[in-house]
Design a protein around this ligand. Sequence first.
Ligand code: FPP
Length: 199
Amino acid sequence: MDGNGRWATRRGLPRAAGHRAGAQAVRRVVEAAPGLGARGLTLFAFSADNWKRPPGEVAALMRLFARHLRTETPKLVERGVRLDVVGRRDRLPAPLVASIAAAERATRDGAELRLRLAVDYSARWAISAGVLLPDVDLLVRTGGERRLSDFLLWESAYAELVFTDVMWPDFTAADLAAAIAEFHARQRRFGALPEAAAG
Ligand code: FPP
């Protein structure tokens, strides 16, 4: 979910305003995903390297995550979304850890969409700890960056990668639909021959 900071700076706003707009984009995408055929969605909200940011920005993000979880949980339950937070919890503020536990508990019976929020997440850490997730089909990175930045490295072994210049706060259901359409247009071979040629 890259681009919150630049989105805000371009509008003469503080970076925190970009993160707030980013939270609205999270809401849009979570709402749209099941209708677009997605059964699972993993969002990279905070990487283990994001602790290097100024303490004020980190604290604002932690508060935003906790608030978002509290306000969104009833809607997630209503829509059958099961939430899991992946990553380390021992470095997170206690109120956020409590919000995470409450949201996971409240949504555990959701069967429409498996939503994973990566917070204090590092793929290298996850691999060394043996905390692995299902294989990724489609990985979308916003904000013009063209790298994986320690996200789902193991699980993305055969992921289709889509990079877009759209800043995360501007990312809409239509952008998600376009990424999914691109995914369907690609031929996935997993190292084998295309079916037609394999005859
Ligand atoms: C990366 O963009 C984004 C983050 C480090 C934070 C992601 C957080 C949100 C989308 C807000 C809400 C999320 C939830 C789950 C409620 P950046 O800040 O690095 O932007 P930049 O690349 O323009 O500097």
